[in-house]
Design a protein around this ligand. Structure first.
Ligand SMILES: [Fe+2]
Ligand SMILES: [Fe+2]
Length: 160
């Protein structure tokens, strides 16, 4: 059985879309990383693979939050401080998890994974969706004709 016909932890559905292509693409990458972690757990993949996925997850979380926070500052978003605070809390938890797993103190449990799943889906639906109409009203484009710079940068870093 390969990874593509296994059950996902999170299936991407339209209710996860904030209506801005670049942000949706980044959220899809985060969803994909959590699905990879899930598949690594259920197939009991060895720790080096788990560490690699957690490394990518921490890196991409930082990139994604930095993009959102930059947009919030550019457009003078009123809930910036609160939103940023939530990003910081999650970033800290993900780094702690990565460090603990790397040092062999813990492994990724379904409990941790469910926490991450709830956090991501709730955050997208309750908080990220709130900034979307605000950014669009201030002139942010819904879609890009070319691949975004973050996407290019990410692929460059990972030699894709
Ligand atoms: Fe956010
Ligand atoms: Fe987000």
């Amino acid at each position: 059985m390969n990874a593509t016909n296994m059950k996902n932890l999170i299936d991407w559905t339209d209710d996860l879309s904030v209506g801005i292509q670049e942000i949706d693409e980044q959220h899809r990458i985060l969803v994909g990383l959590l699905n990879r972690l899930y598949q690594a757990i259920i197939t009991r993949t060895d720790n080096s693979v788990m560490n690699e996925i957690l490394h990518e997850l921490t890196e991409y979380t930082v990139v994604h939050f930095a993009v959102e926070e930059s947009l919030m500052r550019i457009f003078d978003y009123p809930d910036y401080d609160e939103h940023k605070q939530h990003h910081q809390e999650l970033t800290q938890q993900v780094f702690e998890l990565k460090n603990k797993v790397e040092s062999g103190k813990t492994s990724v449990s379904m409990e941790v994974l469910n926490f991450l799943r709830h956090w991501l889906t709730n955050h997208i639906q309750m908080e990220d969706k709130r900034y979307a109409p605000f950014f669009l009203a201030r002139g942010l484009k819904k879609s890009w004709s070319n691949r975004s710079w973050v996407d290019k940068m990410w692929n460059y870093v990972h030699h894709k």
